[in-house]
Design a protein around this ligand. Structure first.
Ligand code: SF4
Length: 365
């Protein structure tokens, strides 16, 4: 093989190395082990590369609350929809949110009935939209973890510097470490080790998980997204469990440092402050959300608009809550693949490309 043709990605897909890593995992997996990934991109990568099929039966992979759209509470989804129903508002959103069912309707259905809902690829696109439509108010739907939030904070700072008065954000942003703690207390959930999210860790760094690790003493490994990254991280977790020596380690050193990205965190902290927030499946988790700080109140959609939504139960029969905590798997749901499919989803886990139900439907039906 001409090595000039070998791409960086191929280097992390080498079959011979993969076989060696699988053998390491098989040797280490001397007892049942339940490992959870808390990143939707990991969920998809694990399915796409057939990693579940390579693992010994002793290892069970659980998909946790790593898909931002899936963990967004119905109350927030209903709030997004209520905003779209206001004539003066243009809702700017990532595409995944369009099809997430609220209690009565969805953004897609509202758009079909005349609401002005636009798909954007970044929060900065929404700022551009606001500049193009000075007579309307553009509301960006802020959904995502620490990976996305710095870019949303930067968009708010840009809007402020431009003197824009017709741009604001509905922040449903969340942070990952408090959710790990909540998972440890979730009923019917048993986790022996965490595959920590690569993208989020680029921003927050490995040390951000130290308080969680010291409190629970559970094996934790930061993982990348190529097959060898994931296999190496699973092997590390399996060895830690087998040896009874839990550790917080980093199997994604080419992208993640101990301290993460201080500049991104500083921008995020300038605009957002921690707040308690509701997660689908996990309820309210203290200090797990990000609210827009008082000095940026003019850019906070929840303060600019009186958004009246009522609490409604989850769709009947939908198990998204227990699926997100690893207590159940999508195929436990009686609606899976019958009433609930990617083209006609009942719950958010079937909507997002990073949702567990969508991944099971696509790869494991
Ligand atoms: S299959 Fe559909 S209804 Fe069932 S848990 Fe998943 S998203 Fe909810």
């Amino acid at each position: 093989m001409n090595m000039d043709d070998v791409t960086f990605t191929e280097a992390f897909r080498d079959p011979a190395i993969a076989r060696g890593l699988v053998r390491d995992i098989q040797r280490a997996a001397d007892r049942p082990m339940r490992l959870m990934e808390v990143c939707g991109t990991h969920t998809m990568a694990i399915f796409r590369h057939g990693i579940r099929d390579l693992l010994p039966p002793a290892i069970t992979l659980l998909s946790g609350p790593g898909c931002p759209v899936c963990v967004t509470d119905t109350l927030d989804i209903n709030g997004f929809i209520a905003l779209s129903q206001r004539e003066e508002v243009i809702v700017a959103t990532f595409g995944d949110l369009l099809r997430v069912p609220g209690s009565f309707t969805s953004l897609r259905r509202e758009a079909a009935e005349g609401a002005d809902v636009r798909v954007v690829y970044s929060a900065m696109d929404a700022v551009t939209l606001a500049r193009q439509h000075p007579d309307r108010t553009v509301v960006f739907l802020g959904v995502g973890f620490e990976t996305t939030t710095p870019t949303v904070a930067a968009a708010i700072l840009t809007a402020r510097d431009l003197g824009l008065t017709n741009f604001c954000v509905y922040s449903a942003h969340k942070v990952v470490p408090p959710a790990l703690e909540a998972l440890m207390q979730a009923p019917d959930t048993r986790i022996d080790g965490f595959l920590l999210p690569g993208h989020v860790s680029v921003i927050i760094g490995t040390e951000a998980y130290r308080p969680f690790f010291e409190r629970f003493g559970l094996p934790c490994v930061v993982a990348g997204f190529e097959p060898l990254d994931i296999l190496a991280a699973i092997g590390d977790l399996a060895r830690q469990i087998a040896d009874g020596r839990p550790a917080l380690t980093n199997a994604y050193r080419r992208a993640v440092g101990d301290a993460g990205n201080p500049r991104a965190r500083q921008v995020m902290a300038q605009v957002f402050a921690p707040c308690d927030t509701r997660w689908r499946g996990l309820g309210t988790i203290p200090a797990s959300g990000l609210a827009i700080r008082d000095e940026f109140a003019a850019f906070d959609a929840t303060r600019r608009f009186k958004i009246a939504v009522v609490e409604m139960p989850e769709p009947k029969g939908c198990l998204c809550g227990p699926v997100l905590t690893g207590a159940r798997v999508p195929t436990d749901c009686a609606l899976f693949g019958k009433r609930c499919t990617p083209t006609d989803p009942v719950g958010p886990c079937m909507v997002s490309s990073e949702g567990s139900c969508a991944a099971f439907y696509r790869f494991q039906r």
